[in-house]
Every structure is written in C-alpha cells, then in structure tokens.
Design a protein around this ligand. Sequence first.
Ligand code: F6P
Length: 342
Amino acid sequence: MKIGILTSGGDCPGLNAVIRGIVLKGTTSYDLEFVGIRDGWRGVVDGDFFPLTRHEVKGLSKVGGTILGTSRTNPYEGERGGAENIAKTLYGHRIDGIIAIGGEGTLAAADRLAKDGINVIGVPKTIDNDLRATDYSFGFDTAVNIATEAMDRLRTTGDSHQRCMVAEVMGRHVGWIALHAGMAAGAHAILIPEVPQTLDEIAALVTSAHDRGRAPLVVVSEGFKLQGMDEAYSDKGLDAFNRPRLGGIGDRLAPEIERITGIETRATILGHIQRGGSPSAFDRVLATRLGLHAADAIVDGAWGQMVAMQGTEIVRVPFEDALGELNTVPLHRYEEAAALFG
Ligand code: F6P
C-alpha cells in the first residue's frame, strides 16, 4: 500500500516526530510505501508528492517545524479541489490513503473527505491543546515549557525594577497554555478566554502582589476578553481561514494596569516563539507514539478515524469526536489555580 502524509494548519513542535514514527513502523513492520505531501492540502490538490523513505526521516524526532511544509489550504476550494478531483489525483499517483496531521480545521476537512470516500486517517496536533477526544496534543508541552522559561526571565527583570510584567501567550479559544505556564511560573494573575474579567479585578490582583513586595506577573491568553468585549482583541486583519489574527491584548492591558495601579508595567508578546524549535521529551514521545499507532491504523483499514491520547494509552476515535466543541479549561481547573493569584 502507498500512503501520503501531510501536515496542515499552524505548525507545532513534534510534527516531524510523528512523520518519523509513521514511516519507521510502516516500512519495517508492514512494508508500506510512503510519499510526503508538500504544504498540507495544497499538495493533495496539486498532486505535489515526493518519496518518503526511512532515509528522509532519520534523526527527525528532535527537529522542530515540519519537513513537509504546511498551509491553511481548504481541499474543497479551487479548480482541482473537491473529493472527486482529489480521488483522481490520488489514483493517478497510485496513493491508497492519506494520513493528515493537523488541528481542528485539518481534521474537519479530513472528516468531510472521509465521508466523501477518500481514505484518511488523522493525527491531532495543536499547541493550544484545544481538541476534544485527546487528553493532550503534542506541541502543547513544548509551548508551555517555552512560555514558562520566558516568564521566569520576565520575573527576574520585573523584580529588579519592581515592575508589573504582562506575558501574552497563544491560545485562541482556550487558556491551557496560560494556565499551565502561569502556574509553573507562579503568576499572580492568569487571564484566559474562558473567564472574562474586569480591569478592576486584574488591577486588584496586581496591587495585592505588589503590596506584598512582589513584582506582579500577569499571564494573558491572546484570546482573553475583558468583560464587555464581544470578540478577542485583534488589529492584524484576517488569516487564511478568515479568522481574526489575534495578538496584542497584552499591549492593551499593560497601560491600563499601570493607569489604575500606578505600578510601572511592561508587556511581552511571546507569539510564534512558542511554536518554534525542538519538541520537549514528552512531546517527542507522544508524537512518536501517535505516528506508530497511525501506521497500525492504516493496516487495520481504520479510515475516518484519528489516533488520540486518552490517559496514557493511544486509542482510535472517529473524527467527529474531536470536532464541534473545543477542549476548554473547566472552571474547576481555573478556580483551583486562582488560590495562587494576587
Ligand atoms: O492554533 C494555534 C495557533 O498557534 C493559535 O494559538 C494562534 O492564534 C494561531 O495558531 C496563529 O496562527 P498563524 O501561524 O497563522 O499566525
């Protein structure tokens, strides 16, 4: 059997480890043949494939980014898009199925293609950890570690100047990165999309920490909304999916915090730093295991399903289990952390 592998949507540390896991297990245990698909669904639509052997994946588990490239192309758009055209393209290259590694948008497209008769297996990916049906997605642990290290650094400069430091992290709809990195770094306030708050509430936490002689650290998810805001802050236009490009709420909050509290305040936006570089050991292991199990899923003909982590096991779930609702931070998890604030 010949299988195409693609990575689609925003990249994240661990994508290459998945690719390596699939190819190693698929070639050594099952004699499968693989092709790499360039730039996500764009490569499927354009028939942009190249041979992917054991040689191409050697040493990849520690390498950030994706050797396949990625894009936010919708496979149903364009002249050569749509399930019928894609089926012809795959048939022309004698490709029997696709492994799609991606987040919600990628898996939604995979689900639709699977329902339209294309053989697809999914592997969930997101640094935001916002997909249901998998307890953790690879990339998240690395992002949390990067954000934590950055905040540790912000705290030492904040301490020196007795300033309030605002650290903005990624998290479009959910606050997992902010919650975990904030807890790890000992933040005095953690602001997440799931829990809108007022400026006065934030200022009270900052003042309380400052009054105890601490340099306050505020962690904010890019998708956080102050009470009364309908949409997350965005001033950078739209992305390829017509979603607002987020980033900048930290810069908005910092002068307001300074105005209300009288404490000198600085903001740092971590941005794509959180998605770059080498995956953590946890993410290398998780990504590799997902890849190994995706190869098993091909041989079992488990089309229309994705591999996922539940507890410590890798399981298979239908695409729709991961779609629709997001894996938001439950209120009790936020309230648990709130004992550390102020
Ligand atoms: O979905 C992951 C994510 O990192 C979000 O947290 C963020 O809003 C978005 O991707 C940024 O995407 P882009 O790479 O298109 O700027």
